[in-house]
Design a protein around this ligand. Structure first.
Ligand SMILES: Cc1cc2nc3c(=O)[nH]c(=O)nc-3n(C[C@H](O)[C@H](O)[C@H](O)COP(=O)(O)OP(=O)(O)OC[C@H]3O[C@@H](n4cnc5c(N)ncnc54)[C@H](O)[C@@H]3O)c2cc1C
Length: 416
């Protein structure tokens, strides 16, 4: 039977980061990817921070730099923030995946594309035997000391190892528009319960005159595609023009809410499979790659010690939670407040943010990877913002616990 020390399932940025790190430390790593080509199909808007470029160790996939953002309320009132230098980067997302896969392969990781992980065949106390199927329907089995589930939001590895799934998956729809009437250095964000209840719509210049336009919203009777159509009508109103039809479209999901456990005996989850995604934006490239680098340290130690038990691998949960857990918890708390805002509240939010002091704070302190820092600052700074939210926020601002009883659980207010 084929063997590897580590079976990594999924060649997205989280999986290839783990593969590169462990292969570089001398472990025998096999990456299986169900698609025939790494990076395809692209399921991402590709807006990242400098931290992603640093983790990737390259700028080669950068298509453009973005210096600011405009946020539109449901009535199209807006607030714009522009910094002096780049605050985020639009990347060739397939290019990032290929770059990271190349790095892993150069470090010695083996790749099998067009090969899907299906299930675990035997999971006694010894090594894992995994059942794989290729695109021609041929099956094979592989024995591995440990399995890394980097297989995205619908993780088969999580299911196979009975690890809990995220409480919420936001359906998302994105399209590429070949010609953008917008400012090529500004990202646009569209809020509104008719367009994207639970998150927002986005308009991201693609660095070549077009834009990536998409929406993610709480699951419900309206499909992500229907929300997208509404977003396009809203964007057309904003630009007072008819947009050209899309050249490419994608449908996917964004996991929200951290998992109670991302490791067990002989298995860990990373990236979207572990719901390591920023709850206020749905972005997961930085957080997934960062947690993947943490996983490398823990797995390297565990492999060397020959102890891949749940107790040993729980160090991974502890380590990534210590770094990102608090930000995720606070962001989830803020998200719970955000989803309750009516359209009238969202318009008032935009109005409140128009104050120059608040805008200056956002420009100075805004960080797409750690948005709760600036949120806390803004709420402290502005009584009119604070009035939009329940008392729970005061406790949060005072350093109290991020979850208050009046937020658990409750219906989202409808548009009004
Ligand atoms: C519409 C949309 C826009 C987004 N925009 C941004 C953004 O602008 N910035 C940002 O930071 N994040 C964004 N995200 C989130 C980001 O795309 C993910 O967080 C990121 O891709 C997670 O990386 P990953 O490696 O964990 O998983 P993925 O990138 O999803 O990779 C998982 C891989 O596993 C493979 N796979 C799945 N199942 C199996 C199996 N059983 N066997 C073998 N292979 C398997 C898949 O084919 C895939 O290649 C967006 C998400 C969506 C849906």
């Amino acid at each position: 039977m084929e063997r590897a020390d580590v079976l990594v399932v999924g060649a997205g940025p989280a999986g290839t980061t783990v593969a590169a790190g462990l292969a570089a430390r001398g472990h025998d790593v096999l990456v299986v990817e169900e698609h025939g080509r790494v990076g395809h199909p692209v399921q991402c808007a590709g807006l990242v921070s400098q931290r992603v470029l640093d983790l990737a160790g390259s700028q080669s996939m950068v298509l453009d730099a973005v210096a600011g953002a405009s946020v539109f309320g449901p009535s199209l009132g807006s607030v714009s923030f522009t910094a002096e230098g780049p605050r985020a980067f639009v990347i060739d997302r397939a290019g990032l995946d290929v770059l990271l896969a190349d790095k892993a392969a150069r470090s010695g990781a083996r790749f099998a594309t067009g090969v899907r992980f299906d299930r675990v065949v035997a999971s006694r106390s010894g090594p894992i035997v995994a059942h794989l199927t290729d695109t021609e329907g041929r099956s094979r089995e592989i024995e591995a000391k440990v399995v890394v589930g980097a297989d995205g939001v619908a993780s088969a590895v999580a299911r196979a190892f009975r690890l809990r799934r995220p409480v919420e998956v936001l359906p998302a729809f994105e399209a590429e528009i070949p010609r953008s009437p917008g400012d090529a250095r500004q990202v646009e964000v569209y809020l509104g319960n008719e367009i994207s209840p639970g998150l927002f719509g986005w308009w991201i210049p693609d660095g070549s005159g077009g834009a990536r336009v998409g929406v993610a919203a709480s699951a419900g009777p309206v499909t992500a595609r229907a929300y997208y159509d509404r977003l396009i009508r809203q964007v057309e109103r904003r630009f007072r023009t008819t947009l050209p039809g899309p050249t490419a479209m994608l449908v996917s999901g964004i996991p929200i809410g951290t998992l109670p456990k991302t490791s067990t005996d002989r298995a860990i989850l990373v990236g979207d499979a572990a719901a390591q995604v920023k709850p206020l934006s749905g972005g997961g490239i930085f957080t997934g790659m960062r947690c993947a680098t943490i996983a490398v340290d823990v797995l390297d130690r565990a492999l060397r010690a020959g102890d891949l038990s749940a107790a040993a691998l729980a160090d991974y949960d502890r380590a990534w939670q210590a770094e990102l857990g608090e930000e995720f918890r606070q962001a989830l708390f803020l998200r719970r407040l955000f989803v309750r805002l009516s359209d009238a509240d969202l318009d008032r939010l935009i109005e409140a943010l128009q104050g120059s002091d608040l805008k200056a704070s956002i420009v100075a302190f805004g960080d797409i990877d750690f948005p709760t820092h600036v949120a806390r600052k803004l709420l402290r700074q502005s009584p009119s913002l604070l009035r939009l939210f329940p008392k729970a926020v005061s406790a949060w601002l005072g350093g109290g616990p991020p979850v208050a009883p009046d937020l658990e659980p409750g219906p989202r207010r409808s548009a009004q």
